[in-house]
Structure formats: C-alpha cells, structure tokens
Design a protein. Structure first.
Length: 379
C-alpha cells in the first residue's frame, strides 16, 4: 500500500542523477534547490544567492551574469565602458582605473597625479588641478589670467603677458627698461627711473617746468629760465641783470650782486650798507641815517662836517669850509672862542683865558680905548 503513494510523486527515475532527472527522481530544473552536476549545474540555491547565480552557475564576477546578491551592479564578462572589472558601474572617482571608459588614472578624486576627470594631471590639459599646484589651466596657451605654466598671471612674475596689459615684466624690480608696475620705462610717465638716466619725471615732457623734455632736472644756474614759478632769469650764474638765485638783479633784494656793482645788499639801508648797495662810509655822498649820518656831502662842506653830521659851531668838529677856525664845543677856551674863531686881540671878544683885560675891537691905545695888546684899558 506504501509503494503506490511514493510512485505518485516521482516524475522520473534514471536510477540516479542524470541530465534530465535529479537524484530525488524529480525533473531537472535550475532553481529547484537540488544541484544536478550531470545537468551542468554547479550550484542550486533555489534562485540567486551570494555564491550562486540564477542560472545555477557559481557566482563569479566576470561570468557575464549580474548577481546583485553577490554585490554586482553589472557584469560584462570583464571591463567595459560602463562596468569595471570588479563588476561595479564604471564611475570616475570610484578608485578603479577603467581604461575602456577612457580613464588613465582613478585616485578616488583629484590628486597631485590624477585630475578629477580621471586623466593624468598635466599642466596644459585644460583641467584645473590645485592639488598638483595649478592656479589655473588654460590648455597650454597664455591668457590674460593664466600663464602657460598654469600659474596665475601677475605683474612681477617675470613672465611677459601682453594679454594682461603688460609691456614688460622684470620680476617686480625696476630696470632701465621696465617699471615695477610692468609698464615700459618712459620719460614723462611720472615714475622716476634713475637706471634709465632720469634726473626727474614730472609726468610730462614739457620743458621749463623744473624737469625738461628728456627728464633732466632743471635748476637755477643751468642757463634756462624755469617757468615753474621760481626763476625770473637764468644767466648760468650771476650777471648784471640776474642774481645768482635766478631772480632779477635789483639793489635792495637782499642778494649781493658784485657784477652789478653791489658791494652789499641788506634789503635796504643798514649800518654797514647804503641804500644804493654800496658799503656805508661817511664821505661816500650817500646819507645813511641808520649809520648815524645826518648829511653826506662827499667830505666837508659849509653845511656838513667831515664826520657826516650837520655843521654847527659847538659840535667839537672844526669846519673851516663853514668859516670855523676851531670848535671846542661852543665854550670859550684859551684856544677857541665860543663862536668858533681863534682868540685874537682885536676880535672885540675879551678872552681872559689868554690874558686879555679888554678888547674893543679897535685897541688903539688911546685914552678911553684898550691897549693895543688888550692888556689894559687906557684911562
């Protein structure tokens, strides 16, 4: 009675495993949970598993069967443009180099040797790689912002970049041909460049303003009138009409001009200098009140003493031109009368200091007169 029951569940019986019949006498079916080697199965886990593919072959990356349970996201029987050799999707930055997908490197992101697009890091590849030291990458050609060596264009980097407006680049130092701002050295650029032979640079090439057209400094005494407002003349030194300070020669300007005949110039009369710029000297014909002169007639005159004071009897200065014979300060002495005449018997002035007793101006010696030698009155 048992035999008919067991026969009911048999679908085949090949006296053991065969290509068509499993060892449990069921028809061979991949996915039935029974591994049938005779049927070509290497495994049978009742479907896909981490070790067995859905077609009952061993799960193996590269077998052409995608086994998601085994962690595969693709399987193209090896590397392809979309699938890496480890059966993961080909993605730049996944750390797997996929040459079929065009990768030459893959460091899981940008590195000093590998760009973010999985190409080898090379200056000039048009891919900016700061990790490799690039500040820019303009594809190996110079631009206004980027040099061919992948450094940012900058005045002072010793690389001429005309696209950035540079006329020269001397490495941030001034040279005879180049300024520190990368402009060509030029007279009139308002930048003093002594290396280029400039003595001045006032931002123009107009002469007579302190700096000439060749950037040579203009100065008082160079023979050229400087119209910057300081020079009124320039005769390359002192002349009759021009002082050494390049101002017009004028007595009283405070500058001694010997060529113009000045021996002094105190900006007017002083104790030592006359108003005509000659040395102050009594007798020079120029009255210098600062020096104490009240007159100056180039020597003694009827109105002026030799010491350049007004001629006055009693001033202690004998002025013969004014008629004085002596001058003892306006008082009678044994040698001088108060009126500046010499004491003389007969001058009608009694001078007892010389022994006169009388002096009537006649001195006839007659009665009622004075003795002829003024020694006694005649009764």
């Amino acid at each position: 009675t048992l035999f008919p029951y067991t026969t009911l569940f048999r679908s085949c019986d090949d006296s053991g495993e065969s290509a068509n019949c499993d060892s449990d006498c069921t028809a061979v079916l991949c996915g039935d949970g029974t591994t049938n080697i005779a049927a070509g199965e290497a495994c049978d886990d009742t479907g896909e598993s981490a070790t067995c593919d859905a077609d009952c072959t061993l799960a193996l990356c590269g077998d052409g069967d995608i086994n998601t349970t085994a962690g595969e996201t693709c399987d193209d029987s090896g590397e392809s443009a979309t699938c890496d050799v480890d059966c993961t999707l080909a993605v730049c930055g996944d750390g797997d180099i996929n040459t079929t997908a065009g990768e030459t490197c893959d460091d899981g992101g940008e590195s000093a040797a590998c760009d973010a697009n999985c190409t080898s890091a090379v200056c000039g590849d048009s891919t900016l790689n700061p990790t490799a030291g690039e500040a820019c990458d303009s594809g190996g050609v110079q631009t206004a912002a980027c040099e061919v060596d992948c450094t940012a264009s900058s005045c002072g980097d010793s690389v001429l970049n005309t696209l950035a407006g540079e006329a020269c680049d001397s490495g941030g130092v001034q040279t005879a041909a180049c300024e520190v701002d990368c402009t060509a050295s030029s007279c009139g650029d308002n930048v003093l460049n002594t290396l280029a032979g400039e003595g001045c640079d006032d931002g123009n090439t107009v002469p007579l303003d302190g700096c000439d057209a060749l950037c040579v400094a203009e100065f008082c005494g160079d023979g050229t009138i400087n119209n910057s407002g300081t020079e009124t003349c320039d005769d390359a030194g002192e002349s009759l009409t021009c002082d050494v300070d390049c101002t017009a020669a004028s007595c009283g300007d405070g500058t001694i001009n010997t060529t113009a005949g000045e021996t002094c110039d105190d900006s007017g009369e002083s104790v030592t200098c006359d108003v005509d710029c000659t040395a102050a000297s009594c007798g020079d014909g120029v009255i210098n009140t600062t020096a104490g002169e009240t007159c100056d007639d180039t020597g003694e005159s009827a109105t002026c003493d030799v010491d350049c004071t007004a001629a006055v009897c009693g001033d202690f200065v004998t002025n013969t031109t004014a008629g004085e014979e002596c001058d003892d300060g306006g008082v009678q002495t044994a040698t001088c009368e108060a009126l500046c005449s010499a004491p003389t018997c007969g001058d009608n002035i009694v001078n007892t200091l010389v022994g006169e007793v009388c002096d009537d101006g006649v001195n006839s010696g007659l009665s009622g007169s004075c003795a002829m030698d003024c020694s006694a009155a005649i009764p």
